[in-house]
Design a binder for this molecule. Structure first.
Ligand SMILES: [Zn+2]
Length: 411
């Protein structure tokens, strides 16, 4: 078994957090900033101190491989070290720092593995001004399109140029990873939600990443005078929309609320004047669930409900599917090993799905993939108050390390 060094982990995480734009609270390390370049050069020095040879690929992903079997399959782990504006110290970083700590432990304890370990610091995981997340992992698995590379930030610079600038400033050779060697990928990450802390669990054994359907609903009626139009002669789009949304909430409460998340986060009322009956309402419905079956059945249910209400109130309704993301199912062998290791370490755990997208979403297309979550205090993330207790981070790294040891014994 590997027992990570708590003091060392804390030191590295706190030092990494220093690479930040101090104009903002918390940690701000955008992938197109000098802070990100400096932090990666600092990480590269840490890798070199261990006698390792880090390298960067064409999409800006930073890699380091440990072990003596350059021709065999590798067990990969990692996450990201860029951050949102005003983010926390641990989102992404614990997965990279955890991998570094595991390599250190393997060296110190002289543990021989049958597979090399490939540590990946994925480029640009966070969605910034470019409006695209998991850039590096998309690039690695070959799903980053030319259209995406042509996206521009506010300064007019393309994503493609940003990658070139970053690569030339980072002090590592350029090389590509042979994807076929990545047999398994495991990512350690903070939960970014309140569930583990609420359930008093230390480890989340992540079985998959929720899929998404984003709908735009348009309910059209007739604008008219608020004072002269009696109730039975109105075509009030807002009253129907309000009823539709309250009804949806009721249906959701009756269903399996653990498996489905429903959010109506954007509503536009027209003409949005206090003395005019609303003639048109547009609103969004964001649905997340672990399977396409659940998502599609709810889309169908919502469409039916909207059209029924529209007929009842003599309105017209339109439902447009604006966005669709497929759910990800992780590899059950990896999930089983994570669970066994967690039990062996006597850590209270639970299986759960991830509500947020991670680099693992992309990696699952090319390798057997799994994820480990540690609790986020108060469920906070992407903000200054994001926090995970250092001992909890260390439990996560311990589970990751020993999961890798177990997986190493499998072919
Ligand atoms: Zn993250």
């Amino acid at each position: 078994m590997i027992k990570p060094n708590r003091e060392r982990i804390e030191n590295v995480l706190l030092q990494l957090a220093q690479f930040s734009d101090t104009k903002f609270p918390g940690v701000t390390r955008h992938f197109d900033s000098e802070y990100y370049i400096e932090s990666r050069n600092w990480l590269i020095t840490k890798f070199r101190e261990l006698g390792l040879s880090p390298f960067i690929d064409q999409t800006g992903n930073l890699f380091v491989e440990y072990g003596k079997y350059a021709n065999r399959n590798v067990i990969a782990t990692g996450s990201h070290t860029d951050s949102v504006t005003g983010g926390g110290k641990f989102d992404g970083t614990i997965g990279v720092v955890g991998g570094l700590e595991i390599i250190r432990c393997l060296i110190e304890q002289n543990i021989e593995l049958r597979h090399n370990i490939l540590l990946i610091d994925f480029f640009a995981e966070e969605s910034t001004e470019f409006g695209l997340s998991t850039v590096g992992s998309r690039g690695l698995v070959g799903s980053l399109t030319n259209e995406q590379l042509d996206l521009r930030n506010r300064a007019g610079k393309t994503l493609r140029d940003t990658i070139v600038i970053h690569k030339s400033a980072v002090n590592a050779d350029t090389s590509e990873v042979d994807l076929t060697r990545i047999a398994r990928f495991i990512e350690l990450h903070i939960e970014q939600g309140p569930v583990l802390a609420f359930e008093n669990k230390k480890i989340g054994v992540v079985t998959g990443i929720n899929g998404l359907r984003r709908l735009e609903v348009i309910v059209s009626g007739e604008s008219n005078h608020a004072g002269t139009t009696p109730l039975n002669l109105r075509k009030d789009a807002f009253m129907a929309a309000a009823e539709i949304t309250v009804n949806l909430r009721k249906q959701w409460r009756l269903a399996d609320t653990e498996k489905l998340r429903v959010t109506i986060g954007k509503v536009n009322v027209f003409p949005n004047l206090s003395n005019v009956i609303p003639g048109r309402v547009e609103f969004s419905i964001d649905l997340r669930a672990e399977s396409n079956e659940i998502l599609d059945s709810w889309v169908h249910k919502i469409e039916e409900s909207i059209y029924e209400h529209c007929i009842q109130y003599d309105l017209s309704g339109e439902v447009i599917l604006k966005s669709r993301i497929e759910p990800v199912m992780f590899d059950s062998d990896i999930t089983d090993v994570i669970k066994q290791v967690t039990d062996k370490l006597n850590l209270p755990s639970m299986t759960m799905n991830s509500g947020a997208i991670h680099d693992s979403s992309q990696m699952s297309h090319v390798a057997k993939t799994g994820m480990i979550f540690v609790p986020s205090v108060g469920g906070k993330s992407h903000c200054e108050s994001e926090f995970t207790d250092i001992p909890d981070i260390c439990y996560g790294i311990e589970v990751l390390a020993n999961t890798i040891l177990q997986l190493d014994r499998l072919t």
